[in-house]
Design a protein around this ligand. Sequence first.
Ligand code: SF4
Length: 392
Amino acid sequence: MDSGENQVATRVALFTREQIDRLPERAREVVEYRKSGLSLNHIQGCPLDCAYCIRHTYGLWDQRVPRALMTDAQAVEELVDHRYFQPHVTPVQVFNRATDPFLPVVRPHTFAVLEHLDERELTNHVLVITRHQMKPHDIDRLNRLRHIKVTLLFTYSGIDNKDIEPYPSSVAAESLKLMSSPELRRYRTVLYWRPLVPGLNDSPQHLDQAHELAAYADATVFTGLFYRNEIAEYYKANGLPEPYEDTARRKIVPETLEARVLAVFGSATPLFRKTSCAVAYAHGLPDYNGHYGIPELCDICPLSQLEICRSAHRAPSPDQLREVARSLPEARGLVVVDINDHAAVVSGLETEQPRYYLQHALGFQVHDVRHPHRERRHGRADIGWKDGKPSG
Ligand code: SF4
């Protein structure tokens, strides 16, 4: 045990077998591939009550007390034995779906997971996203990790409507400043500026505050709101101001808002549209999602980073792609439709998860023919964009 706090910290209780059986199916999924990495979520539940929480989308909104589905050691085993996990390659995210990794009862588990991974001498990226308060001794504990590439992403929105975000953004801002303060540290920090919502947190003052905060971080990424059906229903039922009339599969950042963000940031502060780009830049490595293949994403990227990504950018051959897919049962129906300098276009994948596996294994964009890439939308929803121009 490393610190006084962790010797006395209360840990999360385990769910009973009956409780686990009653959980929605997706909540029982401990390892899940999400866009920025393979996500480990053996603790579920959060009391911070952000109205737009992803827990709405899989029937777990009422789980406010964090509980564990298994021990940390078992969860790490499950992660590294998972067919999607590639040592030193697969980016990992810890507790990014159903809880906050630095809630007082969750933080011992977060450190345990990081230390288990590090003891295995794995060098994978590990992303830890939090809005919670961090403590000075967290710096020392994170600095003791020798192998994994840790990035702390601080969720900050500047939203001051307490019905939407009861836990104040100022806490995340202070945590970012604290954790970024040592000149020498082994982990990296990212200002995760989200969700940006028109009319809620996009005033000139909001944008200026985020810009000031960005100076502390190694990199900043900005993104919009996942306004899915379940979240829209919650907004309606609770009389919350609805940001959009429609819902969408992807995150929403209208083009006019993006233009205003870029104008405030200028070129002196490293700003990215994609989480993986911010993480990669912070570590001086090429983007592991191969976004370099989508040149319009890179027009705000520092020149030194463009060079790093350019040098790493290699289109795979169809045979290489099929070879990488061979180990996945759910990719047996894979058909390579096209490979060009931007992306490999495939069909026959049942879900999004194997697509992420292929993308990370190759460091190259893999697109599903059913979800074509739209130029200049940057993988975001259509709302707010029309023929390359804002629709509202
Ligand atoms: S060059 Fe492009 S792909 Fe690479 S980090 Fe920058 S924005 Fe991302």
